[in-house]
Design a protein around this ligand. Structure first.
Ligand code: PLP
Length: 451
């Protein structure tokens, strides 16, 4: 047996994987990643794979940064753990909170730490309810979210997310969580123009608020740009209308920036790209470039002022873990001082856009969307009608993803959409390789799908 086969057998015998069909994994064996550098992964068979997903949309500075390993080691020697409960604090959490307050827009000046995006969104769910409770409006508990949004896998975050595949397995959503439709023009826009459609989808928020009762709604949560739902870029009319509605009814706006934060859209935060003003931002992933598990809620002066009036009975043993904070702080230093975010906007994104959009002429591709370093392709059997593949949803995407995998390119699929979200440090030459491998994989998938 090769070491790979041994590892695969052990993995299949004992390791339960997230979002993975266990029996299928056992049959095929996992691809085992052993090392990584820049945008490149190595596997246990010696392949070099271009990671166009930055792991799970998170390795913004790229793999292999010694500075982050050093920051972790230094902090582990000095203070490997202490908590931030009961009036204690420590230097890494203090410095990271202060730095995030500097980077975040407007009056988002207060940071509550978690270990992941899911946990940070659970914090948000509890925090907005606590906010209204302290303000003397305890009946304001309802949350509005969106179908096909993704906010994590916990009971609260999974409920706010609008993934029916998740809801159907766990009796979610919990009571008090409501969903409106997503602004996905390509799939759901019918005969409307994108502008009409964006407006109509935003106005569903107002309808839902009136249906529940405006005095019962605590918050609306959305990703500025839906990621896991398929990199769905909303029409230009969408966010201004959402902002108008939340302002009109005084409803808190939670921007889930777990993917869109820290340069992914070409700016520090997606709400800057989309020109929205949230009361709370959820961050994780790019906060540490995935080198340590950490998430956070970044909260406005007003929300913090109200919450600070009570003991907020919420927190995690590892809220503000010193090692995770030290690594995140060093990661933010690299993103800033090395100009990685600025360069992503001015140098990487324009070239990636031009090259990625060249795939629009492919017979399998119905639409190409890209903002900053987040992009997606819709696969279609018929371009003019924007049709989906009729077979089981996801089959065309799955076939294409497998082709990419075989061609040493990691792209993700969501049903029939193919997604990229590469490290911000990807070079022009590596972008060329990405697009070449994507085209080859599309050709192969096309041959398989349309005989
Ligand atoms: N929110 C968004 C927008 C995400 O994309 C994700 C993860 O993909 C999460 C929340 C959940 O984050 P985590 O997997 O760190 O719990």
């Amino acid at each position: 047996n090769s070491p790979t086969a041994e590892l695969q057998a052990l993995d299949a015998a004992h390791h339960m994987h997230p979002f993975t069909h266990g029996a299928a994994l056992r049959e095929k064996g996992a691809r085992i990643i052993t090392r990584a550098e820049g945008v490149w992964l190595n596997d246990s068979d010696g392949n070099r794979i271009l990671d166009a997903m930055a792991g799970l949309w998170c390795v913004n500075v790229g793999y292999g940064r010694e500075e982050l390993a050093e920051a972790a080691a230094r902090q582990m020697r000095e203070l490997p753990f202490y908590n931030t409960f009961f009036q204690t604090s420590h230097v890494p959490a203090i410095n990271l909170a202060a730095r995030l307050a500097e980077l975040a827009p407007d009056d988002l000046n207060h940071v509550f730490f978690a270990n992941s995006g899911s946990e940070a969104n659970d914090t948000n769910l509890r925090m907005v309810r606590a906010y209204w409770h302290v303000k003397g409006q305890p009946e304001r508990t309802h949350i509005i979210a969106r179908w096909n949004g993704y906010h994590g896998s916990g009971v609260g975050s999974g409920s706010m997310g609008g993934m029916k595949s998740i809801h159907s397995q766990g009796g979610l959503p919990i009571p008090g969580i409501h969903h409106i439709d997503q602004p996905h023009w390509y799939l759901e826009g019918g005969q409307m123009t994108p502008e009409e459609f964006g407006l109509a989808r935003a106005q569903q928020l107002e309808e839902k608020i009136l249906e529940i009762g405006a005095d019962k709604v605590a918050a609306f949560i959305a990703e500025p740009l839906q990621g896991a739902g398929g990199v769905i870029v909303p029409p230009a009319t969408y966010w201004p209308e959402i902002q108008r509605i939340v302002d009109k009814y005084g409803i808190l706006l939670i921007a889930d920036e777990v993917i869109t934060g820290f340069g992914r859209t070409g700016q520090w935060f997606g709400c800057q790209t989309m020109d929205v003003r949230p009361d709370i931002m959820t961050v994780a992933k790019g906060l540490s470039s995935g080198y340590q598990p950490i998430g956070a809620s970044i909260v406005s002066d007003e929300v913090a002022r109200v919450i600070d009036g009570v003991e907020f009975n919420h927190g995690y043993t590892y809220s503000g873990h010193p090692v995770a904070c030290a690594v995140a702080l060093e990661n933010l230093r690299l993103l800033d001082e090395e100009g990685i975010v600025d360069r992503a906007r001015t140098h990487v994104a324009p070239y990636l856009k031009q090259r990625f959009e060249s795939l629009a002429d492919h017979p399998l591709v119905g639409e190409v969307k890209i903002i900053g370093l987040m992009g997606s392709l819709a696969l279609t059997p018929d371009k003019p009608s924007r049709a989906s593949f009729a077979a089981e949803a996801g089959t065309a995407g799955l076939i294409t993803r497998e082709r990419c995998f075989a061609n040493n390119l990691i792209m993700r699929h969501v049903y029939d959409r193919m997604i990229i979200s590469p490290p911000l440090v990807i070079s022009h030459e590596e972008i060329d390789t990405l697009v070449e491998r994507a085209r080859l994989s599309l050709d192969e998938a096309h041959a398989e799908l349309i005989q």
